[in-house]
Each structure stands twice: as C-alpha cells, then as structure tokens.
Ligand binder design. Structure first.
Ligand SMILES: C[S@@+](CC[C@H](N)C(=O)[O-])C[C@H]1O[C@@H](n2cnc3c(N)ncnc32)[C@H](O)[C@@H]1O
Length: 206
C-alpha cells in the first residue's frame, strides 16, 4: 500500500469526528494563519485542507477580492469541506479532491498554509509539485508535530503513537520541516505544545 493509500484509509475513519477533535488546536491554527500576514486580494493555498476548518480564517485574510485555493486527497474529508463551502455560499474558495503530488492549481499562490500536513511535508514529490506553483517570495506558514528533545527519551514514544493514527509516515519527526526548508529563503521556527509541536514561517526562494 502506498503512503497516499494508507493515509486515505486512515482519514476514512477520522473524517466524521475531525472537526470536534481539532477544536483544541484552534489557537495554534489562528497563530499559524496570522503568520501568513494575508492581504486583501491575495491568493492563499490551503495544503491538505481536510474538512476546510481554515477556510473562514483564510477568507477573512484575503477578503472578497482574494481567493482561497485548497486540495485534499481523502474523499471523506473533502466531502465535508465541500459541504462547508456550499453551506456558507463561499464563492471565492476553489477546491479539489486531489493529492499534493498531482494537484494542478488554477493560479499561482501568494501564500501557503501547511497546517498539520506531516505526510505532505515528508513527500519530496508533493513538495516539488506544490512549490513550482507558488509565487517567488510567497509567504509559507507551517504547523505540525515533532519529537520532544532527545533527552526526554521515552516521551517520544508518546509523540510517535500520537502521530501514527493520522499519518502514513509517522516517524521522521526530528526535523519534519527539513524537506521544505531548501525551498525557503529563511524559515523561522518556534516550539509549541511543551516541545511536541512547532510552527515555522518563511518565504519561498526567488
Ligand atoms: C491532520 S489533517 C489536517 C487537515 C487540515 N490541514 C487542517 O488543518 O485541519 C491532514 C490532512 O492531509 C491530508 N493528506 C495527507 N496526505 C496528503 C496528500 N499526499 N495529498 C493531499 N492530502 C493529503 C489528509 O487526508 C488529511 O485530511
């Protein structure tokens, strides 16, 4: 089974309860989106958008003249995102059920959000496909899970176990940002969740 197939299988189970379980990380989501410093009229890309929980915040940043582009490969997660957009009648959200490795955006993005998209950050093919469709200088913001510092020892078993039900590549948590880093001019980082999380922000290289 490929990592994409495994991830799709996992999110089939998570979709129904996803929004409820994501409520406690809403402050982190807000903080990460604020780092994008969105401006009215901009185009922002929501990578692996899940059920579309970030759409309202992203729309608030780009305004009616801007656009939110989003993709998500799990049909069950995407269906919830599709229902959200239809329910809210959001006309400036473009979204597609597609993988990060193959998605084709309708236009280049000014800003990119990776909110808890570990598998995508670990896929070189996904990053290659996405970053070639993003404007030079685009702002990039990332939030995700990482290992605690090495000296905490067994605590990292907890981090791995926490990541496993959601991700097809549950390891590689020492430096989960290191494959996107070469695409960025600079990547500032902050530790969150007592050491088990991180937020990063930078600009795409010209
Ligand atoms: C933890 S959820 C985060 C969803 C959303 N970004 C959020 O903040 O609520 C990770 C999402 O990435 C999606 N995903 C994982 N690998 C993917 C890939 N290669 N292409 C597209 N979506 C992917 C999963 O289906 C899942 O919906």
């Amino acid at each position: 089974m490929t990592p994409n197939e495994l991830s799709i299988r996992r999110y089939r189970r998570h979709a129904a309860g996803y929004d409820a379980s994501a409520q406690r990380t809403m402050p982190l989501r807000r903080r990460t989106i604020a780092l994008l410093d969105l401006q009215p009229g901009q185009v922002v890309l929501d990578v692996g958008a899940g059920t579309g929980l970030s759409y309202a915040l992203l729309r608030a940043g780009v305004g009616d003249a801007g656009r939110v582009l989003a993709f998500e490969q799990s049909p069950e997660m995407f269906e919830l995102a599709r229902e959200r957009v239809a329910r809210e009648d959001w006309r400036n959200v473009w979204q597609v059920c597609e993988s990060a490795e193959t998605v084709q955006l309708p236009q280049p993005a000014d800003a990119v959000l990776f909110n808890y998209t570990h598998d995508i950050l670990r896929s070189r093919a996904a990053l290659h496909n996405l970053m070639r469709q993003v404007k030079p200088g685009a702002r990039i913001a990332i939030a995700g899970i990482r290992y605690f510092p090495w000296w905490t020892g067994p605590l990292n078993l907890y981090a791995w176990l926490k990541n496993r039900p959601y991700n097809a590549r549950p390891g590689e948590l020492w430096r989960p940002w290191d494959r996107i880093e070469p695409y960025c001019q600079s990547l500032q980082r902050w530790t969150t969740q007592f050491g088990m999380g991180y937020i990063a922000c930078g600009h795409k290289r010209d």
